[in-house]
Design a protein around this ligand. Sequence first.
Ligand SMILES: [Zn+2]
Length: 77
Amino acid sequence: MARYDYQCSSCGNVQEESHLMSGPTEIIKCNKCKSKKMEKIISAPYVRFDGPGWQTNDSRGIAKPTGGSDMDSSGFR
Ligand SMILES: [Zn+2]
């Protein structure tokens, strides 16, 4: 049994779903708006997705978004 967080791309509702790893892919429905556009939220400790501009550098391993971001100046790593 594994648990995943899903976020609805229609209304932004986040809900937790648990299902078997070996089972067939289930269609997750939003509890609020019944939308099937649920995106799995991956909470990996070492990988961060900062939107469409993210890229990984092999030599440093730090993802730097190409868009304007003040994450470095804020000291949040
Ligand atoms: Zn929804």
